[in-house]
Design a protein around this ligand. Structure first.
Ligand SMILES: Cc1cc2nc3c(=O)[nH]c(=O)nc-3n(C[C@H](O)[C@H](O)[C@H](O)COP(=O)(O)OP(=O)(O)OC[C@H]3O[C@@H](n4cnc5c(N)ncnc54)[C@H](O)[C@@H]3O)c2cc1C
Length: 392
């Protein structure tokens, strides 16, 4: 068999994670011919490494709107595109230990509520009721967002991939984007390779959805996408000795706002992690033994019963980090027909569904339902920075 992709499509998408597959689904459903190339397997990048947290409770209005729209799309995924993603709307609970944090999250609650997200600031007693595994000795209150929750990341990506295929998109795995042919300031074609064979595919639009690898992919188009890979780790535990499994199952995504230590129910135990600020950017997924030590230290204080549980698994993946820790989404102002969606810095899984819909609209020349102009890559050269304050 020889490698013979189509000679020409409307849109080439580079990357088969949540962003690429959601975009492929939305475009194919709208009648566009789509080729998605993935250098490895579908969902083999960061998307299948995510903690599965899905939320609208951010401080920035664009992120609130993207989170809310994604939650609506995820809630409906069983019928469109179809699939079971194990969505549990157990809520997000940020724990605050200072009055400054309470004020800070209180301002965000106003933003949430103005977007129809029904969050609220709650007192320490309610924090304890909602998340009994959390030690609340030094907690003064929390930000509670009951409609947020968790779902299974690879299931979301596969649901969009299957939906894209059903609508006629071609998804080529083990197929790498190599180079771009740009003429008169507009994309003409891309070179792709599978094994030893390569081919050129012409397209009027290309979407860079290449996650932690976006800097190199962007460079092939002459576009500077300032995205760095940063290793993030997760552990999964077995049952927690002495704790009713029903209590664990009901636990919201609970996050210590100061340290980013978080946990939520997973299987018969919990999934836990934190964003270690000492990790330097780089492509290296070797698990660091000191990470577990630091995590156990954080858990010993914030959720001491977790330390009774056996660690049954875990993994490392990349955050695709931008200079201001927020997504970079838009249309290239340097090369006509090139779109990018990357740099989500820890919240790309939950934004992927809405981002795919928005990229569809940008490519079709429609007004997107959410104005993503503030996420443009041009903000960096213009000296503007995003100010999302509720990062994990
Ligand atoms: C431990 C951890 C926990 C996280 N928890 C959460 C969470 O709870 N909630 C949340 O919203 N986010 C979370 N994230 C972040 C989230 O996983 C990412 O933001 C999101 O998955 C990015 O999706 P993507 O489609 O842009 O990238 P990816 O899923 O990485 O997909 C990009 C794909 O592009 C492919 N690619 C790259 N270069 C090429 C090329 N030249 N040719 C062809 N293909 C190429 C790669 O192989 C890859 O499969 C977490 C991340 C980690 C690591």
């Amino acid at each position: 068999m020889t490698f013979s992709p189509p000679e020409s499509v409307d849109v080439v998408i580079i990357g088969g994670g949540v962003v690429g597959c959601s975009t492929a689904f939305h475009l194919a459903e709208a009648g566009k011919s789509v080729l998605l190339v993935e250098k490895s397997a579908i969902a083999s990048g960061s998307s299948s490494k995510a903690a599965g947290g899905v939320r609208a409770c951010f401080s920035d209005p664009v992120n609130v709107a993207l989170g809310k729209r994604s939650l609506d799309l995820l809630a409906d995924i069983g019928t469109r595109p179809g699939g079971d993603i194990d969505l549990h709307r157990v809520g997000y609970l940020f724990l605050c230990t200072t009055s400054e944090q309470m004020n800070e999250f209180g301002s965000a609650v106003e933003v949430h509520n103005s977007h129809g997200v029904r969050s609220s600031m709650i007192g320490v007693e309610q924090v304890h009721q909602l998340s009994p595994l959390a030690n609340v000795d030094d907690v003064v209150g929390g930000c509670w967002s009951p409609d947020d929750g968790t779902c299974t990341p690879e299931a979301v990506v596969q649901a969009y991939a299957a939906g894209a295929r059903r609508n006629g998109a071609l998804l080529l795995t083990n197929t790498e984007f190599i180079s771009a042919d740009i003429r008169d300031g507009h994309i003409r074609s891309v070179e792709i390779r599978s094994g030893e064979e390569s081919a050129h595919v012409s397209a009027s639009s290309v979407v860079i959805a290449s996650g932690a690898w976006s800097k190199a992919v962007g460079a092939a188009f002459g576009i500077d996408l300032p995205v760095e890979p940063v290793r993030r780790e997760i552990i999964v535990t077995g049952p927690i000795a002495g704790v009713d499994p029903a209590v664990v199952a009901r636990s919201p995504m609970t996050i210590d706002a100061a340290s980013t230590f978080y946990f939520h129910s997973e299987g018969r135990g919990v999934l836990a992690g934190f964003s270690d600020p000492s990790v330097q950017p780089g492509f290296d997924l070797t698990r660091d033994p000191s990470y577990l030590e630091k995590l156990v230290e954080l858990a010993s204080y914030r959720a001491p019963l977790l330390v009774n549980a056996e660690v049954t698994g875990g993994w490392a993946g990349y955050y695709e980090v931008s200079p201001d820790h927020d997504g970079i989404v838009g249309r290239s102002s340097d090369v006509g027909g090139v779109f990018y969606a990357t740099g989500f810095s820890g919240h790309g899984f939950l934004q992927g569904p809405a981002i795919g819909e928005i990229l569809r609209d940008l490519i079709l020349g429609r007004e997107p339902s959410i104005d993503i102009a503030p996420l443009s890559n041009d903000r960096f050269s213009a000296g503007r920075r995003r100010d999302e304050r509720h990062l994990v």
